[in-house]
Design a protein around this ligand. Sequence first.
Ligand SMILES: Cc1ncc(COP(=O)(O)O)c(C=O)c1O
Length: 393
Amino acid sequence: MRSEFLHFALPDITTTELDMVAEAMLSGWITSGPRVREFERLFSEAVGARHAIAVNSCTAALHLALETISIKPEDEVITSPYTFAATAEVIRYFGAKPVFVDIDPLTFNIDPAALSAALSDRTQAVIPVHIGGLPVELGQIISTRQTGGVPVIEDAAHAFPCRYAGRVIGAISDFTFFSFYATKTSTTGEGGMICTNNQEWAERCKMMSLHGISRDAWNRYAAEGSWYYEIVAPGFKYNMTDIAAAMGIAQLARADTMWTRRCEIAARYNSAFSSMPELQIPTDDPRHQHAWHLYMLRLHLGKLNIGRAEFVEELKRRNIGTSVHFIPLHIHPYYRETYGYSPNDFPVAYNEYLREISLPIYSKMTDDDVQDVIDAVTEVVRVNSRRRTYVPA
Ligand SMILES: Cc1ncc(COP(=O)(O)O)c(C=O)c1O
């Protein structure tokens, strides 16, 4: 058994990040400035979007996107219950209703076939989430949009770098937003990016990210800037700092290398677990590029003597950190009490949640770390399998 606890997620920070952050700090420009503009330029190039706006979280990015398309009270926005708090809470900021659509049991992503049935006269947007970094069926969702005629806003918090049918996620639908939270595949500590090809929307997001101030608010203290500004809307304080952007630029340059390492880890897990009947390895799809932000293993509970919570505990006893993604939104008190949901209103999301366990998958993991996870999972399965004679896979 390993002697030290293996964290579920750790950022991959090198001296490049440290040097670039130090340089930003010593430059005298520590809030939004030239590094933010550079990060936006590089990121928009990386995903092929015409516009990229850096903000201080992915939640802020989603808030700005919904503000830009003028979501109002009583509007409906379709999303999946199988996601993090942020995806639906921003819909509630506007007094609008998140309409949940159940997930596909194989992918954890919103079920495109069920989506069209949820469209109504009040639907104003659809927010599909690329769970764990496996792309949603965007082609189908965008064609469903044609029947609904509403913007598609991708929650790509987990999906960088990621491709749907060869196309980089970030410029395919109306809006795509990314997270650079500490555990994400590229990080700025806290941070987010809004991508769109629509110039008017990009300008609105940019303006609203900094108090609704009309023009070039960020450089009003620079030599070429001006003290004069106008407030044209009651905006927010969502701008990214140059310190964060410096880290983001360094991470962006290493994004493919970090992704390659996560692919190697996923491949090792898959080959260790695929022949174990007690486990179900995550779905992948050769048509797409999985970002491998999460490795979402599933337990066949009928083949084990323990439940998911005990499985998590058994791994913790062996010094392996894990997590669960996600506790579906409809079973949280707020959504239960506000909309009267019960767990089986979205039965696939609920049942898959009960047997999901996310294993560590991050580029800083050594080969020994990966082997420790494999050994620990294999042992917990062996000790708790209902098979009378356990034959190692
Ligand atoms: C699916 C999803 N969407 C949105 C967010 C929000 O990201 P941030 O923490 O950058 O606001 C998260 C964060 O974990 C997430 O998992």
